[in-house]
Ligand binder design. Structure first.
Ligand code: ATP
Length: 240
């Protein structure tokens, strides 16, 4: 599948929150959208999700050249998960599995996210990181072709970061998913991102394969993606 975003703009009053954003996303790849607070990342995702309308521009999903609706083919994991407060984790997981025709259980992901430890707890009693783990599992359980994650790793207290990174990387490639991730949590996950989009003040400053950008901006005073970001914006982004 291919997701083409062409000249998306969004204003709130006098403020241009997104300006002429054009991007091309392809299945099998994982795109990191990197930007400071207020750069327009959530607005962009909300436009993809159909929660808000852009003022200008179009979003088109193509499958072998044929146009498809984006929403039925995509799953959006948001920053917080507060639904089903009075159900246990295992009940929420079974409910979603039952209501999805082609749900895809993933025992390895279940183990890496330590869901067995919290399966009998009510959602309302989970910590922020535990909620994140549940919502991350649900996102992949629903088995959609396009997966959009907003800060999936924030608060996630995970010992096996490296194994999670490797598993997600293999899963996205094996299932030929198109993954778009907003994250400040990059340390330990950098290998996951095949491509990076640098968004600043509503504009795309740069986009390309991670390896290409790291090489292009290798003389930056900062290392890695922080260096890429600094070279382009003159701003420091703290990626933990
Ligand atoms: N409904 C709204 N009305 C007015 N301004 C808004 C609205 N939603 C977002 N904004 C403004 O648009 C800008 C972009 O917000 P957005 O939430 O997309 O940023 P972000 O990059 O996701 O930030 P963060 O990393 O803090 O989540 C911000 O300046 C925000 O205050």
């Amino acid at each position: 599948m291919e997701l083409n975003v062409t000249k998306i703009s969004k204003r709130y009053g006098e403020k241009n929150v997104l300006q002429d954003v054009s991007l091309n996303f392809k299945s099998g790849n994982t795109y990191l959208i990197l930007g400071k607070n207020g750069a327009g990342k959530s607005t962009f995702i909300n436009i993809l999700a159909g929660n808000i309308k852009s003022d200008e521009g179009v979003v088109v999903l193509l499958d072998g050249g044929e146009k498809r609706e984006l929403q039925p083919n995509a799953i959006f994991q948001y920053q917080s998960f507060n639904s089903f407060r009075f159900l246990k984790v295992k009940e929420v997981l079974s409910f979603f599995a039952m209501t999805t025709s082609n749900a895809q259980e993933d025992p390895k992901l279940y183990e890496l996210l330590s869901l067995d430890r919290i399966k009998n707890q009510l959602i309302e009693n989970l910590s922020g990181g535990e909620r994140k783990a549940v919502s991350l599992y649900l996102t992949f359980l629903l088995n959609k072709s396009v997966v959009v994650l907003d800060e999936p790793f924030a608060e996630l207290d995970i010992e096996k970061k490296f194994l999670l990174e490797r598993h997600l990387k293999e899963k996205i490639a094996a299932q030929n998913l198109l993954a778009i991730i907003i994250s400040h949590e990059i340390s330990g996950y950098q290998e996951l991102f095949t491509d990076v989009v640098i968004l600043d003040e509503g504009k795309v400053l740069e986009t390309g394969e991670t390896a290409y950008l790291l090489d292009k901006y290798k003389n930056s005073p900062f290392q890695g993606l922080e260096g890429v970001f600094y070279s382009l914006t003159g701003k420091y982004i703290e990626v933990s």
